[in-house]
Design a protein around this ligand. Structure first.
Ligand code: PRP
Length: 180
């Protein structure tokens, strides 16, 4: 195990079970609909890659990039749109695909942003959720696994840009972020 990681919190097998369940649910809910799954970079890329392969209906994909945390482990509360989608969303159903919902600020901002573009619908799918950390009320339509309030890395989630490639969701060693 990487030395700055304390322990595995959610194994790759448990994550895959959640991905498979969400993929089936999404395939059933969006049958005969024009669905665009929008990955929220950077953290959402691992989950999007797995989720699209668990979906059995035709689907388009695009990406946006936002940042609310920067290099710090704590939320600045400021959401920045760094990269927008390339395609028109008129007449489409939008599913925003995220790695984690924490304070709720990022997804609340993004949902409002995409709703203002008049697609047929805007929903959110997040593989991880920390409901105890909300600063504003926010509930995703599709949620994989609820987490306790621990600093987690892996499966797309980073510490200073590193550790996104860990296949399991792991808890960062406390001494790594206690000073921040
Ligand atoms: C993380 C995560 C979400 C957001 C959730 O992104 O990917 O986008 O924070 O937090 P919130 O509910 O408190 O808004 P981050 O800003 O760390 O960027 P990254 O995906 O590039 O790592």
């Amino acid at each position: 195990m990487v030395d700055c990681v304390d322990r595995v919190l959610v194994s790759r097998e448990t994550i895959q079970e959640a991905v498979t369940r969400l993929g089936k649910q999404i395939s059933a809910d969006y049958q005969e609909k024009q669905l665009v799954m929008i990955g929220v970079l950077k953290g959402g890329f691992v989950f999007l890659a797995d989720l699209v392969r668990s979906v059995s209906i035709p689907v388009q994909m695009d990406f946006i990039a936002v940042s609310s945390y920067g290099a710090s482990t704590k939320s600045s509360g400021v959401v920045q749109l760094i990269k927008d989608v390339d395609m028109s969303l008129v007449g489409k159903h939008i599913l925003l695909v995220e790695d984690i919902i924490d304070t709720g600020l990022t997804l609340s901002y993004l949902k409002d942003l995409f709703q203002a573009r008049n697609p047929l619908s805007v929903k959110v799918c997040s593989i991880f959720d920390k409901p105890s950390r909300r600063k504003i009320p926010f509930a995703a339509e599709y949620t994989g696994i609820e987490l306790p309030d621990e600093y987690v890395v892996g499966y797309g989630l980073d510490y200073n840009g590193y550790l996104r490639n860990l296949p399991d969701l792991c808890v960062l060693k406390r001494e790594r972020y206690a000073q921040e």
